[in-house]
Design a protein around this ligand. Structure first.
Ligand code: PMP
Length: 430
């Protein structure tokens, strides 16, 4: 495949945009080659400016459950655009989308819309601190919750230690209240509680982690976490920015019996438009401005075009109960095929699927937390990624990301992908 135009476009972008990209992962830093610059999407495919076509397993990092340019979503967006792009005033479509969300999630009576996952989580954390009157929060190593200051905390400082910033520009004073625990390890959480006599406002977790590869939390672990939070008067936040409407219609909450106190949602509810949201019961949400004293705001929050896209997508998902079964079967078909391809060249691989989310690691042992994920063969992944790209398969450009199936992806496309995987793995292990 030729990438000449993308290579030139990347160089040009580099001169005016840091790293040539507006979000670091897009730069292909962990894999080989130049990121293709995308010209358009169509159903299951994306096309780059060199005219190469790829089966898209990234789906804009999750939102596009119905693939690119879904006709219904497109129509609702165009209709909304014609009525005006933004008003900064209430619109009924916000209430409609909020109603759909609160009827789906038992844990949510009220929801507030924002414009990104980062904003949703940042606001939820502020609300949790405001409600409990406590400063400390607890997150898990390897979980990503957006790039707000108090959540941008480095891993690796051991169990239950206070966090240190993982980026210059984040004052240590802002992250000293962020405690780190190990995913799927309840003892590490217990230690954090024991070390915090002043209390912990909230525990935030990706109940199905998608930012260290796909690593689901174990049911028993979530139950123990719930019990600890209840015991300590700590709010449990499920960050479902990625898993919401992806793992199932109710996200992780359609899979686990554990109920969080607060939920953050994101990209998937916007169907590709910038949206985020956070919700909880009416009592907790009553602390939010203007009902209560915890301030949070946004000029473009609840943007009518984004709301229209989200509403159409969500209603489509609700009315067709076969969607998730179909997506799940396809995800399974894909990872089973990838595993067989890896077996054929004696390369160890572990795989997982949750609804339309799929993950695979070049690793010989189960991956339960970030330390396990770090042991995957990243060099092999980089070669695999390049080989697949060259064969028209667009996979997430890091072994710490999750893959997504859209309804536009067919069994034939998956079989084509698996065939490519056999070829690539044979080539790169020779
Ligand atoms: N939380 C989770 C679980 C995420 O996966 C992400 C983004 N991948 C975010 C928060 C941040 O969302 P955004 O990139 O829209 O700010």
């Amino acid at each position: 495949m030729a990438y000449d135009k993308s290579i030139a476009a990347f160089e040009e972008a580099y001169s005016v945009i840091p790293g040539g990209v507006d979000s670091p992962v897009r730069a292909f830093s962990g894999v080989e080659g130049t990121p293709p610059f995308i010209e358009k999407g169509e159903g299951a495919y994306i096309y780059d400016i060199d005219g190469n076509r790829y089966i898209d397993y990234v789906q804009s990092w999750g939102p596009l459950i119905f693939g690119h340019c879904d006709a219904d979503i497109e129509t609702s967006v165009i209709d909304a655009v014609k009525r005006g792009l933004s008003f900064g005033a209430p619109t009924t479509v916000e209430t409609e989308l909020a109603q759909e969300i609160v009827t789906l999630f038992e844990s949510i009576d009220k929801v507030r819309f924002v414009s990104s996952g980062t904003e949703a989580v940042m606001s939820a954390i502020r609300l949790a601190r405001g409600v409990t009157g406590r400063d400390n929060i607890l997150k898990f190593t390897g979980c990503y919750h957006g790039h707000s200051d108090s959540l941008l905390v480095q891993a690796g400082s051991g169990l239950a230690t206070f966090g240190t910033p993982s980026s210059p520009g984040v004052p240590a004073d802002l992250t000293k209240h962020t405690l780190l625990a190990t995913y799927n390890d309840i003892e590490s959480v217990e230690k954090c509680f024991a070390d915090s006599p002043e209390g912990i406002a909230c525990v935030i977790i990706e109940p199905i982690a998608g930012n260290m590869g796909l690593v689901p939390a174990e049911e028993e672990f979530l139950q123990q976490l719930r019990a600890l939070c209840t015991e300590h008067g700590t709010l449990l936040i499920f960050d479902e920015v990625m898993s919401g409407f992806r793992a199932s219609l109710k996200g992780a909450q359609g899979i686990t019996t554990v109920k969080p106190d607060m939920v953050t949602l994101g990209k998937v509810i916007g169907a590709g438009m910038p949206v985020g949201a956070f919700g909880a019961n009416a009592e907790i949400m009553g602390h939010l401005s203007p009902e209560g004293p915890v301030y949070q705001a946004g000029t473009l929050s609840g943007n009518p075009v984004a709301m229209a896209a989200g509403l159409t997508s969500l209603r489509k998902l609700k009315t067709d109960p076969t969607v998730y079964v179909d997506l799940g079967n396809k995800a399974k078909r894909l990872v089973d095929g990838l595993k067989k391809a890896a077996d054929s060249v004696n390369v160890p691989m572990v795989t997982d699927v949750r609804g339309s989310m799929f993950g695979f690691f070049f690793s010989d042992k189960p991956v339960k937390n970030f330390a396990d994920a770090m042991e995957n063969d990243q060099k092999l992944f980089a070669k695999f990624h390049k080989g697949m790209l060259d064969r028209g398969v667009y996979l997430a450009c890091s072994s710490f990301e999750t893959g997504f199936i859209s309804t536009a992806i067919t069994d034939e496309m998956i079989d084509e992908t698996i065939k490519a995987a056999y070829e690539v793995l044979k080539e790169i292990t020779n």
